[in-house]
Design a protein around this ligand. Structure first.
Ligand code: NAD
Ligand code: ZN
Length: 246
């Protein structure tokens, strides 16, 4: 990996606009399992509770599961050195934006500012009737399903369920990154989730170079210019060190 780190750092240091694209893998070392593969969430629970139609029909059943997994369990996770490293690269002016598929808020908690939440964020609730949003609080989840304080409508976590579209603003901002980036740094994403997985190849097609960090080869690996095989914390840490940031 050492030669790869040197090359990748050189590419990053010479870039005018670096965009990070992150997936569930960046949060694995914070204790949040990915969805797919061995040890993934879907090997332990049936994803049916996150279908939007099921949620509307059986909000209490759906919410019991959601609260247990996304708030009681994932809610305890803390940002790791990969999140902090990405935030440091942004602070240093190198990284201009982070497109994340994650809903765990860990980039934001690590200090990243320009975070494009492709699949939403678990830290917000949205009313399905009046569309008002509010920050999630333990009190609001004491009685399930939670109800909107303004209109009594059903509150849903403001992240994408199966059967829902990508937030328009996140899509637009992602396409903007595709047109601006000269380097895409992909961290911990399998490249199997549509339509998010189309973003890095689009940037690549527009001439951006692509650096990928993953513990195993992914769908992105064949089009990556530099593949850094290893856990996100260690690899981002090595990059940040090589770049002389922090
Ligand atoms: P994925 O689950 O499809 O793939 C995760 C990738 O991370 C895999 O390629 C795996 O090899 C890699 N990986 C595992 N451990 C790693 C490590 N320590 N360092 C680097 N890479 C590692 O994830 P995805 O492509 O992001 O798609 C999953 C979907 O599920 C997304 O839509 C996302 O919204 C959602 N999701 C989010 C979270 C979260 O918010 N943390 C967690 C699980 C799933
Ligand atoms: Zn409402």
């Amino acid at each position: 990996m050492a030669a790869g780190i040197f090359q990748a750092a050189r590419l990053l240091a010479g870039a005018g606009h670096v965009t990070v694209f992150s997936g569930a893998g960046i949060s694995v070392e914070s204790g949040i399992p990915p969805f797919r593969g061995a040890g993934g969430l879907w090997s332990m629970v049936d994803p049916g509770f996150m279908e939007i139609d099921y949620f509307r029909r059986q909000p209490e059943q759906s919410w019991l599961r959601i609260k247990e997994i996304f708030y009681d369990y994932f809610g305890r996770a803390l940002p790791n050195d990969a999140h902090f490293g990405v935030a440091a690269m942004e602070k240093a002016g190198l990284v201009k934006a982070i497109i994340t598929q994650n809903i765990d808020n860990l980039h934001q908690r690590a200090g990243s500012r320009e975070v494009i939440e492709f699949h939403g964020n678990s830290q917000w609730l949205v009313c399905l009737d009046c569309l008002e949003r509010e920050a999630v609080s333990l009190g609001r989840l004491a009685v399930l399903p939670p109800r909107c304080p303004s209109c009594g409508g059903l509150l849903k976590p403001d992240f994408i369920f199966f059967g829902e579209g990508i937030p328009e603003k996140a899509l637009q901002r992602s396409y903007q990154e595709v047109s601006r980036a000269d380097v895409f740094l992909v961290i911990g994403s399998s490249g199997e989730v549509m339509p998010a997985c189309q973003i890095p190849p689009l940037a690549k097609a527009r001439g951006a170079k692509m650096i990928e960090i993953n513990t195993v080869e992914s769908h992105f690996t064949p089009i990556s210019d530099i593949f850094l095989k290893g856990p996100a914390t260690e690899t981002v840490g090595a990059l940040v060190k090589e770049l002389g940031i922090r």
